[in-house]
Design a protein around this ligand. Sequence first.
Ligand code: ADP
Ligand code: MG
Length: 248
Amino acid sequence: MRVSVKLKDLHYKYPDKYEALKGIDLNICEGESIGIVGSNGAGKSTLLLHLTGLLFPTKGSVEINGKIVNNKNLAEIRKEIGYTFQQPQDQLFTTSVYEDIAFGLKNYKIESVKVEQMVMDTLRRVGIEDLKDKAPYRLSGGQQNLAAIATAISMNPSILIMDEPTSALDPKARRRIINLLNNFNYTKIIATHDLDVVLDTCKRTIVLKNGNIAADGLTKDILLDKNLMEMCDLELPLSCQSRSLLTY
Ligand SMILES: Nc1ncnc2c1ncn2[C@@H]1O[C@H](COP(=O)(O)OP(=O)(O)O)[C@@H](O)[C@H]1O
Ligand SMILES: [Mg+2]
């Protein structure tokens, strides 16, 4: 099976010398669905920023589909990746949701009739046709999240990477995104502390703690391991907590 993502001894130190990643070794194969979980500050976003070349390792390396991520092949690598930021407003920058989705497609010189088809199809898949002409900065947080997800999937990427995609979504939108993820058959990597989303969409889970991998295995084994979750400052997914705990 082809390796989509290969991290070798990945270290990253922010300019203030804080070491956010401390030697991550990780292989993700084509078609895998991976949840990256961990408490606030564990290093999830820092790790994802390396997969798109928004940060480069201070030590170690990152490979996407067999290519080392560096300035030389960044444009090529980004064609294969759909990415949503933790803050959706960071990736919505034109005057309408339609234009934001069309932007990437036009950038890759897809003809305009096809662009329109692809944008409309993406809006339908994400369920936000009614937001088409809205200015992104006027949207609610959850709507911005959906628009950002639309920009990420519009190019039909081979690797989908999402940073906290559901944090601001209402239950209906959240369910739609879970279904969409489950129908996406390529590699997907989802960083979140919404453990229930991971349980619903990812076969494999990696737990980050203080910039290291604390555990890597089948989602159902990892997320239901109460001791491990507590050790990593997490809790069992809500859907697995007992009724008595919920009504406590
Ligand atoms: N720009 C930055 N400068 C310095 N430290 C940072 C910066 N961004 C994040 N960090 C630190 O790096 C660690 C990991 O952050 P992050 O990857 O955002 O964690 P997570 O996404 O798991 O919440 C945190 O301790 C955070 O404070
Ligand atoms: Mg984060």
